[in-house]
Design a protein around this ligand. Structure first.
Ligand SMILES: [Fe+2]
Ligand SMILES: [Fe+2]
Length: 277
């Protein structure tokens, strides 16, 4: 089975990002993957989200989506509950555009089960010797810089990030329990492995923000259910290693300033992970 995977397209961030998305669409039409998976941070506004998904309406394959924190942002009504986007708006737009919204339902394709969850962060990916307290991380602001989820993502039914994390953990666990195939492919937005990060301890004001990169608590659950492949996003860096028999992949597009070039035509090849599973 031919799978194309990517994340962090940030469609409404820059016209160059939009161009890569259009090129991805063209590439899928010619190379015909059986599955396309996007692991979040596709678009902030619902109209851009709808626009980006609708571009793929003539692509006849399984199109799977998992939301990231940016997909849950609401800059207009910052008091709104992110659950509205997570459980109502995004699934509806996916459904209208013939995309499969993985957090609502896992999907079995041949001898693989695809499960998906945004995951969340609980500061557990920070190195052991960091100098911060839990209260420092809960402020989501340090030396004048702010983690913008604190302004734009609000889960009003959860009291803190630990509860958000636990909510997604429980959902993932029930999805994994129901998987009927031996081979499981998990798609998440936030990663869960320490191995992805290279903390130096030499620049804590910057490394403070590592607290919001994901959570280690999902790793054990994925290993318990013998997940074969974990595809994540959020961290705008490529990664592809096998950890405890699980292939862990990050293959984001990211922001223009992070690209190898300024050219969407050359960036498109780096932005797609092609897998045969
Ligand atoms: Fe991102
Ligand atoms: Fe993200």
């Amino acid at each position: 089975m031919k799978v194309f995977a990517s994340s962090d397209i940030h469609f409404d961030h820059n016209p160059a990002n939009q161009k890569v998305w259009e090129l991805l669409h063209k590439k899928c039409l010619t190379q015909k993957p059986e599955v396309l998976i996007i692991c979040g941070d596709l678009a902030e506004s619902l109209s851009a989200f709808d626009q980006s998904l609708s571009l793929f309406k003539d692509l006849n394959c399984h199109k799977l989506f998992v939301p990231g924190n940016h997909d849950l942002w609401n800059r207009v009504d910052t008091k709104s509950n992110a659950t509205q986007k997570l459980e109502v708006d995004l699934p509806k737009i996916c459904n209208n555009n013939n995309w499969h919204y993985l957090p609502s339902n896992p999907l079995q394709i041949e001898n693989w089960t695809f499960v998906g969850s945004p995951f969340w962060y609980d500061y557990s990916l920070m190195p052991k010797d960091h100098p911060f307290s839990v209260e420092d991380f809960q402020k989501k602001s340090y030396q004048g810089r702010t983690w913008q989820d604190s302004n734009f993502v609000r889960f009003t039914q959860f009291k803190d990030d630990f509860e958000v994390c636990k909510h997604f953990y429980n959902q993932l666990k029930s999805d994994l329990k129901l998987a009927k195939t031996k081979q499981i492919f998990c798609a998440s937005h936030f990663p869960c492995h320490h191995e992805i990060f290279n903390f130096t301890g030499k620049n804590w004001p910057l490394e403070y923000f590592g607290a919001y990169m994901g959570s280690n608590r999902y790793q054990e659950l994925l290993e318990q259910y013998k997940v074969s492949i974990l595809l994540s996003g959020h961290v705008h860096r490529k990664f592809d290693e096998t950890i405890n028999d699980m292939r862990v992949i990050l293959n984001p597009l990211g922001y223009l300033g992070e690209w190898k070039s300024n050219d969407p035509h050359s960036e498109i090849d780096f932005a797609i992970k092609q897998l045969i599973i």
